[in-house]
Design a binder for this molecule. Sequence first.
Ligand code: HEC
Length: 135
Amino acid sequence: MKNHFPALLASLLVTIPPAVSASSAVDALLDEYRGQGGGTFNAEAGRAFWNQAFTPPGAAEPRRCASCHTADPGKPGKHLRTGKPIEPLAPSVNAQRLSDVHEIEKWLKRNCEWTVGRTCTVQEKGDVLTYLRTL
Ligand code: HEC
């Protein structure tokens, strides 16, 4: 048993399919968030969060998700500090978006910390992904 375990583990890892579409990656994350205490996710709450202004300690100006991604995630954005263009976030416009669980989580963590001044709750993340996927 002991000797077979690594092989078993390896075979499990290769049989887990990568998330290939916005819908499967978002579904997987929403399930995960529910498991961590998130409730029913709501696109309208996600839209409100997207446009809400936060002023984390040290910020000179209020910050929003929309500050870089614009109020319309179907449009290209522009990085507030670097001025670099950002491709639209809405998967309906940009099929690459919300298709990779790790990518989504990585950017949510980074962007929440910068915008809100803390990591987002599972409820906030679930709502915002529900909003973005419906666009
Ligand atoms: C300071 C600018 C900035 C702000 C503010 C910002 N983002 Fe982003 N966001 C980025 C950049 C840069 C990327 C990654 C570059 C890219 O993929 O084009 C990104 C990527 C993402 C992604 C990854 C999407 C994917 O699948 O490729 C998500 C989701 C996201 N942001 C959500 C948010 C949310 C939610 C907020 C508000 C809490 C937010 N962002 C605020 C700059 C920002």
